[in-house]
Design a protein around this ligand. Structure first.
Ligand SMILES: Cc1cc2nc3c(=O)[nH]c(=O)nc-3n(C[C@H](O)[C@H](O)[C@H](O)COP(=O)(O)OP(=O)(O)OC[C@H]3O[C@@H](n4cnc5c(N)ncnc54)[C@H](O)[C@@H]3O)c2cc1C
Length: 472
């Protein structure tokens, strides 16, 4: 048999995979010993040849479903010896083929998802766990990670590889700023522990390092006390300048623990401008008059709701259900995610909005736009414009079509928009659907590039890891 089997019941599948493995390697003895499953099964190959973007498709030869970090070590060392490339796959919610490896090996991290321990200020959890599982376990102890993404069915390793931004980032930085320790398998197969005091070069190159220097196997995440409830304010504005002014006010005055904002398609050529703020509390609810004092929203349209903290974190689920129901979840998703510098944010966003029709983000799509202070940002490879305030500015495109020409146009437009904002000091959040050249990445990482490049030389000299970003 070609598959090494362990606790994953259907590991032994018969002769077809055997033939594929033999064809490649000459004999089964060449495969590394694993206790999980290392397979050439076509179903596993095709499940890892796509992502949430549904734009790029690349089929790996091998898929590892690890039962332990040792399986990853063995497979990585073996892949390096065979000249094969390797990438981890968390939940596959990338938008442009980033977790894919043509002809190489994909490590399906979803089987490495154990929560090992929880203390009052930290959790030790495998990198393949979903944030939703981390939240459930933490909330059972009255705790929470300080920063959470809008959607929590993403893997811990997947968001730590790009950064992990949330509405609480203005207070706590990004998810990679809230990691105490990581275990990482590097290209020679060693599993190294790294932190702010141990193997610091690796720690700095792995966090938001796009999977370039190793595979994260285990993480120690910071936890803080969780609030019981959230009072959520959805405020609407007639135009972008009025929205922006109030966004700046609530940010400066720290009125909300959670701040976001967006432009929502509103009929042909029209947009609704929304500020969303959440006040976290345990005990008495905040007074609405004080929270909203002096704001210029169209108050009659305001939607105020009181939710449990847990329900607040899961509000994306309702949208996911709609999109799964109407098929848009399965259409291509040419997302474009960026950070704008404070001084040019308003004008750049307006310029790009002018070039977008409501079809540009699709029904249920949106343009994310809100200010964020960066004082808690510490991750060297998370690239954001200078200054104390930035604006996440994202085209969350949810097309109603899978028409190839339409999707291609959006990807082309992503590139043009990127060049425009880059020329004005904006930077990419690398969850964007478009090709990037090696030179683009050099420009992107800027002063952080030497850090990444020297860690690459030290920990992945053959360049086997995560070819989907095409950084090296
Ligand atoms: C609906 C939705 C909402 C989102 N909301 C947010 C948000 O609010 N904030 C935000 O910051 N992002 C958000 N994202 C983007 C998301 O954080 C990234 O796409 C993330 O990389 C996806 O995680 P994943 O587990 O699906 O990773 P994958 O897509 O599987 O992998 C992403 C990259 O990380 C690498 N990787 C994965 N696991 C590991 C590992 N263990 N070790 C090393 N490398 C690894 C992969 O090789 C790949 O290159 C959202 C995405 C979606 C689809």
């Amino acid at each position: 048999m070609s598959q090494r089997s362990g606790p994953f019941g259907d590991a032994v599948r018969g002769p077809a995979p055997l033939n594929q493995a033999v064809a490649t390697l000459g004999s089964e003895q060449d495969l590394p010993p694993v206790t999980g499953e290392l397979t050439t099964d076509p179903a596993a190959q095709s499940a890892t040849a796509d992502d949430f973007g549904h734009i790029v498709h690349r089929t790996p030869q091998y898929v590892l479903k690890p039962a332990s970090a040792a399986d990853i070590s063995a497979t990585v060392a073996w892949a390096a010896s065979q000249g094969l490339k390797v990438a981890a796959r968390g939940q596959g919610h990338s938008t442009y083929g980033r977790p894919m490896v043509p002809d190489g090996a994909v490590v399906d991290m979803s089987t490495l998802n154990t929560i090992h321990s929880i203390a009052s200020d930290r959790m030790v959890v495998d990198a393949g766990a979903k944030w939703s599982a981390v939240i459930d376990a933490a909330l059972a102890r009255g705790l929470t990670p300080p920063v959470l993404t809008a959607y929590t069915d993403l893997s811990v390793g997947g968001t730590l590889s790009v950064g992990g931004i949330g509405g609480m980032s203005h207070l706590y930085g990004i998810q990679t700023d809230n990691v105490l320790e990581l275990n990482v398998v590097v290209a020679d197969g060693r599993e190294l522990t790294c932190s702010a005091t141990q193997n610091t070069d690796l720690f700095n190159a792995v966090r938001a390092g796009l999977g370039q220097v190793g595979i994260i196997t285990r993480t120690t995440l910071k936890l803080i006390p969780a609030p019981a409830r959230v009072r959520r304010y959805q405020l609407f504005y007639p135009d972008q300048p009025t929205l922006t002014a109030d966004q700046r006010t609530v940010l400066n005055e720290r009125r909300f623990q959670h701040i976001q904002g967006k432009f929502i398609p509103d009929g042909p050529g029209g947009w609704k401008f929304q500020l969303e703020g959440g006040v976290f509390y345990t005990g008495s609810a905040p007074g609405d008059d004080a929270v909203l004092a002096g704001l210029s929203d169209t108050r009659a349209s305001a939607v105020i709701a009181d939710l449990s903290y847990s329900d607040y974190l899961n509000t994306f689920d309702a949208l996911e259900n709609i999109l799964r129901g109407n098929g848009q979840w399965f259409n291509p998703h040419p997302w474009w995610l960026t950070f704008l510098p404070d001084s040019a944010a308003e004008s750049l966003a307006a310029e790009i909005l002018d070039q977008l029709t409501d079809d540009g983000v699709g029904p249920f799509g949106q343009v994310t736009y809100y200010p964020m202070t960066t004082e808690a940002f510490r991750t060297p490879l998370l690239r954001v414009p200078g200054g104390s305030v930035i604006f996440p500015f994202n085209l969350i495109r949810l097309p109603a079509t899978s028409d190839q020409a339409t999707i291609d146009q959006m990807v082309t437009q992503n590139r043009a928009f990127y060049e425009r904002i880059r020329s004005a000091g904006g930077l990419l959040y690398p969850v964007t659907a478009m090709a990037m050249s090696k030179d683009d990445w050099k420009i992107h990482f800027g002063s952080g590039y030497p850090l990444l490049s020297s860690a690459k030389t030290k920990y992945d000299p053959q360049h086997i890891f995560t070819p989907g970003y095409e950084v090296f």
